[in-house]
Design a protein around this ligand. Structure first.
Ligand code: FAD
Ligand code: SF4
Ligand code: SF4
Length: 1014
């Protein structure tokens, strides 16, 4: 049995007193001090881990002023704060052992827009894609681009001075910041924007910290003019943190403090609002995907492409391409980057032209086409082919793949994982090819694996060498390589940080700024933050401070992970491999990725949050000498804790005894088990799998609630209840029953059983009864006409019309459907973590289905979640014992059998709202249905929606009802409201029942609409 994990990383006395005082003040934001909340922000995408004391989620600028003013009291003088946005930094920029100030949760409103003058004012917790979605109807966009655009915040972009694809034309974030509102640590409000010399006088003469800042910045810029000019390389990705080059215009005497704040990595002030320049979306966009025989050819050809006046040139190597090919994302681009017959495709350049004048755009396209055709026919420059796309949706798909590639670089099946620490170096583009040869040599000499791609137009290279930081020797190697790359970038007149900021690489600051300028940075830091309390250790410390800068030798995640035995780490790789890239925080409500974090806005309830808790839980178990794998084996062998022990432990829990496992359990209970993370996460972090394993172990210590049994045994009692549906419906339909079910069991909206039953409706049709002997006696040719229908408890007993119509459709298509006897599938047991029982159910069911598979007759199931369970969960539970049986989804079975002429199009328009498990695990599902409908004269369009919020039984849990409905309203509600109900189709039983309980009317399964077309 797992022990009580009651060790807590205690909060320091002064922090405790501070948050107590804060909660009693006018501060209206949230305060989180649970271990789970602190762990959720203890990592970013870097290799480092720092546990903060607490997390504050302010709701307004005033909240930040309040907390800063409170922090001025002497007893709180040692408390420090680090601002945080999306937490996607690659070098630990937002990590701290003090207090995290997370602006992403509440301060994410767009405040004002002026389309005429091209600006927008936002709170800094706004996500970049959120902003562009808002600007789109105005024909505008915020142009600095970055791969993490669906979760990185404006505050993080400003503070890292983010940039990416298109930077030659669009520049960096700092080039588009018009004004900032910031709070200084002493509680003063700093409104910064370019100030002409005449307006500066008032500021310089101020006696407060703002006056001191202006005086220091002007003094530094004037006294170091030549030094600054000579030190800052003339690169598109100039030297960030602090931007002495752009803060002061020597000719006009204008000072713009926003330029100092941009790239300051939150080490100077808390930026709360930003006024940003926005510009018209280019009308015409075209991408060339140019294919090369090697990465080197692609690199060397890049300058030639830049000269073709392209907006951007991005190079991707074969390793990254191959990673993308193995990911779900490839499905969307495979027709846009096809292989070249007879050639090895080992690198691509993605070249974009974007213009508002069609003639100019066409001229550029024509010119490049001629040049490329010439190179191909002369077999020059390693160009082996190219594809052009001008469709916006296709362009977005290519960039979607390119953006995900950075995350994919972090994926590896080996212990060594690709890690960021020298992943965004920048050299003058003309030096890039030579620089890369030396960089490769350095990594090859150490025998390291890596993939590469980059913004070659700007000389930025993305590379993540694979290292196992659980091995202390490899940790040393990281430091060695890091130092060598610093030297190499200096040799090629470049920078160690071209785009992702410094963070724990801040120790290299003096090498790039030089001692004199670095001291000037320290003076500026002292003017803003004299006592080193704002994101301390990042970029520089105040002059006269004896405190150290953070260093690449800081405590890493590996330090904690190596405490977990290797075999446990490998067994739980679905959790341990999370590298914190934050893709699971995707802001887009139409993306299936993690509904639970979307609705709660709590990072604990994200795949990353859950994976982080699991890592810590496994570490604590290891430190308590618990062999978790042995415990699991015991459970499978039926060695459970006694009911008395469980009762005793549960009583202690009720009495408030702390156990870290409860915090983990709470996070796992918020998960819908929708499985979106399993395929959408670039690392394929698989929450449902480790969640079930955790719940299994947890309930060996603590009693289960009744509702768990009600869910897990639905496949046992539904067939019994299904024999007398009207009787049971009468009882479940009574008010008193629903009240009792809600209050006592904790479940709501229990669905009604189907009447008439499936059996009785089928009796009215001429459907063959299941007779194994008869089926075995059929010849191979006769069997080709048959289809075996696999039942599941939900459609059979609660949505019988769907199964009936599926059978009738099969029949109408000229086949002979046979309904297989009902066999429990086990999915409900898996979801509730009854893993020993699930293993048994899966074994029995697999034995039956393998026996049926010997008939060589296709088997078709109805509900996607249940069918896909045979493929995924069965494989995990049974391994080779699963056997080779294959249960297909209806569309998988029918699509390859489409024959004959395509029917003339009718007026039948339908819309498919896909099931999240199905569309993430089987991305062709929607398209297959579209093809099928087209064949039979119907028209079907896929509707982009996220999760419906039901996810099996999640939506029936009384405690989750509000979240379930809120998830529905994120994307389903509006899409359903737009259309005729009869035209909306859903493959998932859960989705249909969610629509039914919220809208009062059910949707059809696509097979039912298809039947109407036949
Ligand atoms: C897979 C991947 C790909 C990436 N690709 C790119 C890329 O193409 N281009 C690029 O530029 N970067 C890239 N990055 C790095 C990172 O995503 C960006 O720098 C991003 O702008 C960080 O935003 P965030 O909201 O996540 O900030 P966080 O990581 O939360 O914070 C970043 C820094 O900003 C500070 N900060 C945040 N909010 C505030 C505020 N309101 N006031 C003051 N300081 C604040 C923090 O203290 C920290 O120092 C990538 C990262 C990953 C994981
Ligand atoms: S769960 Fe996946 S997507 Fe989320 S942070 Fe971890 S690796 Fe990234
Ligand atoms: S299964 Fe769904 S709800 Fe659970 S963590 Fe993964 S994406 Fe989030």
């Amino acid at each position: 049995m797992i022990p009580n994990l009651n060790h807590q990383e205690n909060i320091k006395q002064d922090t405790f007193a501070f948050i107590k005082a804060l909660s009693e003040s006018d501060y209206a934001g949230e305060i989180a001090k649970s271990y789970a909340s602190r762990l959720a922000v203890a990592t970013d995408n870097s290799v480092y881990q720092c546990l903060p004391q607490a997390v504050l989620y302010p709701k307004s600028t005033q909240d930040i002023i309040t907390l800063c003013q409170l922090a001025q009291q002497t007893e709180f003088a040692d408390i420090r704060f680090s601002p945080r946005g999306g937490g996607t930094g690659t070098n630990g920029q937002s990590l701290t052992n003090d207090i995290v100030l997370d602006l992403s949760k509440h301060m994410n409103n767009i405040l004002e827009i002026n389309p005429k003058d091209g600006w927008v004012r936002v709170q800094t917790g706004v996500v970049k894609d959120q902003l562009n979605d808002y600007l789109k109807p105005h024909g505008l966009f915020f142009s600095p681009e970055l791969s993490t655009s669906n979760r990185a915040t404006i505050g993080g972009m400003i503070s890292n001075d983010a940039s990416g694809q298109g930077s030659l034309a669009y520049g960096k974030t700092s080039d588009h910041v018009l004004a900032l509102t910031s709070v200084l640590i002493d509680g003063s409000l700093l409104e910064s924007k370019p100030l002409a010399a005449v307006d500066l006088i008032d500021q310089v003469e101020r006696e407060d910290s703002i006056g001191a800042i202006y005086r220091q910045v002007i003094d530094t810029c004037e006294s170091q003019q030549d030094n600054i000019e000579n030190t800052f390389p003339k690169l598109n990705r100039f030297l960030t943190g602090y931007d002495l080059k752009h803060v002061y215009d020597h000719e006009s005497g204008t000072v713009d403090l926003t330029r100092i704040l941009c790239g300051a990595e939150g080490s100077l002030a808390f930026i709360t609002e930003a006024t940003l320049h926005v510009q018209p979306i280019p009308t015409y966009r075209t991408l060339f995907n140019i294919k090369y025989d090697s990465f080197q050819s692609a690199l060397q050809n890049a300058p030639f492409l830049v000269k073709a006046d392209a907006l951007s040139v991005e190079t991707v190597d074969s390793k990254v391409l191959n990673l993308a090919k193995q990911d779900i994302v490839w499905h969307s681009v495979k027709d846009l980057i096809t292989d070249v017959p007879g050639q090895v495709l080992d690198g691509i350049n993605i070249v974009e032209f974007a213009e508002s004048d069609q003639t100019i755009q066409q001229q550029k396209i024509d010119a490049l086409t001629v040049m490329l055709d010439g190179l191909i026919s002369n077999k020059e420059a390693g160009v082996i082919g190219y594809q052009i796309c001008s469709d916006l949706a296709d362009i977005n798909k290519i960039y979607g793949m390119r953006k995900k590639a950075v995350g994919l670089l972090g994926k590896a099946d080996t212990r060594a994982k690709p890690i960021p620490f020298a992943e965004d170096t920048c050299v003058p583009p003309e030096n890039l090819a030579a620089y890369i040869i030396e960089f490769r040599q350095l990594l090859d000499d150490k025998g390291l694996h890596y993939g590469m791609f980059g913004h070659v137009d700007a000389g930025v290279l993305h590379v993540r060498p694979a290292l196992d930081l659980c091995d202390p020797e490899q940790e040393k190697l990281m430091r060695e390589i890091s130092d060598k790359v610093v030297a190499l970038t200096a040799k090629y007149k470049g920078l160690m940080w071209g785009e992702h900021g410094k963070g724990f690489r801040s120790e290299y600051g003096p090498e790039f700024f030089g001692e004199v300028l670095f001291n000037e940075l320290r003076k500026i830091k002292a003017a803003f933050d004299p006592n080193n309390r704002v994101n301390p250790g990042k970029i520089c410390t105040p002059l006269n401070s004896t405190e150290q800068l953070v260093s690449v030798d800081a405590v890493k995640r590996g330090t904690f992970d190596r405490q977990i035995p290797i075999e446990v780490r490998e067994s739980y790789s679905q959790a341990l491999d999370c590298n914190g890239n934050g893709l699971c925080f995707n802001y887009d409500t139409k993306s299936p990725m993690c509904p639970s974090v979307k609705v709660t806005k709590d990072r604990v309830h994200s795949p990353k949050g859950r994976a982080g808790l699991m890592r810590e839980w496994l570490r604590q178990l290891a430190n308590n000498d618990i062999d978790v794998l042995a415990l699991e084996s015991d459970l499978y062998a039926g060695k459970n804790a006694s009911i008395f022990t469980k009762f005793k432990n549960t009583l202690s829990k009720r009495n408030g005894e702390y156990d870290f496992s409860h915090e983990v359990m709470e996070a796992m209970q918020g998960c819908l088990a929708c499985k979106a993370c399993t395929s959408q996460c670039p690392i394929q972090v698989d929450v449902p799998t480790f969640r079930s394993r955790f719940i299994h172990l947890y309930h060996d210590r603590y009693l289960r609630p009744i509702k768990d049994y009600l869910v897990a045994y639905v496949e046992q009692y539904a067939p019994l209840m299904g024999t007398m549906p009207r009787f049971f419906n009468f009882f479940t339909g009574l008010k008193v029953t629903s009240t009792l079910t809600e209050k006592v069991v904790g479940m709501v909206d229990i669905p009604q059983l189907s009447t008439p039953t499936l059996k009785s409706t089928l009796n009215q049709h001429d459907i063959s009864e299941f007779d194994l002997t008869k089926l075995q006696a059929l010849s191979a040719t006769e069997r080709e006409d048959y289809v075996l229908i696999v039942q599941d408890p939900f459609t059979t007993y609660y949505d019988a019309d769907v199964v009936r119509d599926l059978i009738l459709t099969v029949k109408k298509l000229g086949y002979k459907p046979v309904l297989l006897p009902f066999k429990p599938n086990g999915k409900p047991q898996h979801i509730k973590g009854f893993l020993s029982k699930f293993a048994k159910t899966a074994k029995d069911s697999a034995a039956f289905l393998n026996q049926m598979a010997e008939l060589s007759i296709p088997m078709v199931g109805t509900d996607p979640a249940m069918v896909l369970c045979y493929r995924d969960e069965y494989k995990q539970a049974l391994g080779n014992e699963r056997g080779a049986f294959n249960v297909q989804l209806f569309q998988e079975w029918l699509k390859p059998r489409l024959k004959g002429e395509v029917k003339t199009a009718s007026n039948a328009d339908f819309y498919l709202l896909g099931h999240c498990t199905e569309k993430t695990a089987e991305p062709t599902a929607g398209n297959d249905w579209v093809t099928i409908f087209k064949h039979f004269g119907g028209s079907l369009s896929e509707v982009a929606v996220g999760c419906c919020g039901m996810a099996g039984t999640y939506g029936h849990d009384a405690g989750k009802l509000a979240d379930s409905k809120a998830i529905y309203s994120l994307s389903w509600e509006a899409e359903i409201a737009k259309r005729e109900r009869a035209q909306c189709l859903a493959t998932g039983y859960s989705c249909r029942s969610q629509v039914k309980r919220i809208e009062g009317e059910t949707l059809k399964h696509p097979v039912q609409a298809l039947l109407s077309l036949l």
